[in-house]
Design a protein around this ligand. Structure first.
Ligand SMILES: *[C@@H]1O[C@H](CO)[C@@H](O)[C@H](O)[C@H]1NC(C)=O
Ligand SMILES: *[C@@H]1O[C@H](CO)[C@@H](O)[C@H](O)[C@H]1NC(C)=O
Ligand SMILES: *[C@@H]1O[C@H](CO)[C@@H](O)[C@H](O)[C@H]1NC(C)=O
Length: 370
């Protein structure tokens, strides 16, 4: 991450201190009230669950305040960060005349889509909660929710019912169609995909990727390698785009595209599409084999490196620069989430030490006994 300027009296500093103070107050309040906490029979000292929701600070306030000092403006000319395995800072520059200059707030929906309820919810209801035991699905979903709160976007977790005749991931086109009419954009992520930078708004990425009003759907390509030349390729040897991360824009074409996609397995408009009801990659293959060829100019395909894969992947440079998608090592999604939150939590502390706020640093000039 990149630190905001460190001048002692900057407004950012004031904001950081305020956010810090609010958090300390909130956590202090919780600690003060803790004797009344209910401790569950199965719970260890680490996983007591507060059952009275009126005592839990609203998560959206906490995260908004926590990240406020770090947030990048939608059209900030540059974005500077420590890239994976690169010793020095990396600076990326927006193209000239960025289109998205304001936070779009509730016009953006961050969307999770599952056919099963979260496993962690079941455990929570049995009185257990422990971050270290949380599975990657909840880790991913919680990080999406947090991202939405940090930037003031809307958030929904859709629990869709299973199809009887096709793979569960086929729920995507109809779910997008049901909600896009109420938003300008839907940002959809699979549970094993997440934003790498919690403090970088989607507007900045849309600017960076040059998303235009005509782009109904944006996705990142999958990797391609000589060794597995066919694995991610369609029948014309074109690499599939991955549906694990999608930016869907409410424009004149979007409903037509989603309808074509959802109805693809009917074999009416696209003979042979029903083949993809169950085999891999289901709706993703159907989109790659059929839909995108009818809507080329409305579909934006990003390089794999930008919004697919994760650190350590070498094929097609899919290292998840902005959006990470853990095809394997899925538990690492929790590490990304944790690192982002720790950055935001500890920045005000670092600043206090750097600026000797409250006179916490004492200089001992002479090393003698009093
Ligand atoms: C925002 O842009 C300015 C000017 O290019 C730059 O100095 C600053 O570091 C950028 N902010 C972040 C968080 O990267
Ligand atoms: C990092 O920056 C320093 C100072 O500019 C330079 O000497 C060094 O070679 C850079 N390291 C890398 C890996 O680029
Ligand atoms: C398939 O596409 C890849 C690039 O994505 C290319 O390197 C390869 O030669 C192509 N294979 C055939 C049989 O055309």
């Amino acid at each position: 991450m990149m630190l905001p300027p460190t001048s002692a009296r900057s407004p950012l500093f004031a904001l950081a201190v305020t956010a810090g103070a609010v958090l300390i107050f909130i956590f202090g309040l919780l600690a003060w009230q803790s004797p009344a906490q209910v401790s569950f029979p199965h719970a260890s000292v680490h996983d007591e669950v507060v059952t009275d929701s009126s005592r839990t600070p609203a998560a959206h306030d906490v995260f908004r305040l926590l990240f406020a000092p770090m947030k990048v403006e939608p059209a900030n000319a540059t974005f500077t960060f420590y890239d994976e395995n690169i010793e020095n800072l990396t600076t990326l520059r927006l193209p000239a005349r960025p289109r998205y200059t304001k936070n779009m707030g509730k016009d953006v929906l961050v969307l999770d889509l599952e056919t099963r309820p979260l496993e962690s919810t079941k455990q929570y209801k049995e009185g257990q909660y422990d971050w270290t035991k949380l599975n990657h699905v909840s880790g991913g979903v919680f990080s999406h929710y947090t991202y939405a709160q940090v930037h003031g976007y809307d958030y929904k977790f859709i629990r869709a019912h299973e199809f009887e005749d096709r793979h569960a991931t086929w729920i995507k086109p109809s779910a997008l169609a049901q909600h896009i009419k109420n938003y300008k954009f839907i940002v959809f992520l699979d549970a094993d995909a997440t934003f790498r930078f919690m403090h970088l708004p989607i507007e900045w990425m849309l600017n960076y990727w040059k998303i235009e009003p005509m782009h109904s759907i944006t996705m990142a390509l999958d990797p391609w390698s000589v060794e597995e030349a066919d694995y991610n390729s369609d029948r014309f040897n074109r690499t599939y785009a991955n549906t694990g991360f999608m930016v869907v824009q409410n424009n004149a074409k979007i409903m037509e595209i989603l309808k074509a996609w959802h109805e693809c397995p009917d074999d009416t408009r696209y003979p042979g599409c029903s083949y993809w009801k169950e085999p891999k990659f289901h709706e993703q293959s159907a989109f790659g084999e059929h839909i995108r060829y009818d809507y080329e100019k409305y579909v934006k395909e990003l390089p794999c490196a930008e919004a697919n894969g994760f650190p350590g992947v070498t094929v097609s440079d899919c290292q998840g620069r902005f959006v990470r998608h853990y095809w394997f090592d899925k538990a690492n999604i929790k590490k990304d989430f944790r690192d982002n939150v720790m950055n935001a939590l500890t920045l005000p502390i670092q600043r206090m030490f750097a600026e000797n706020a409250g006179g916490i640093i004492h200089e001992q000039v002479e090393n003698v006994l009093p």
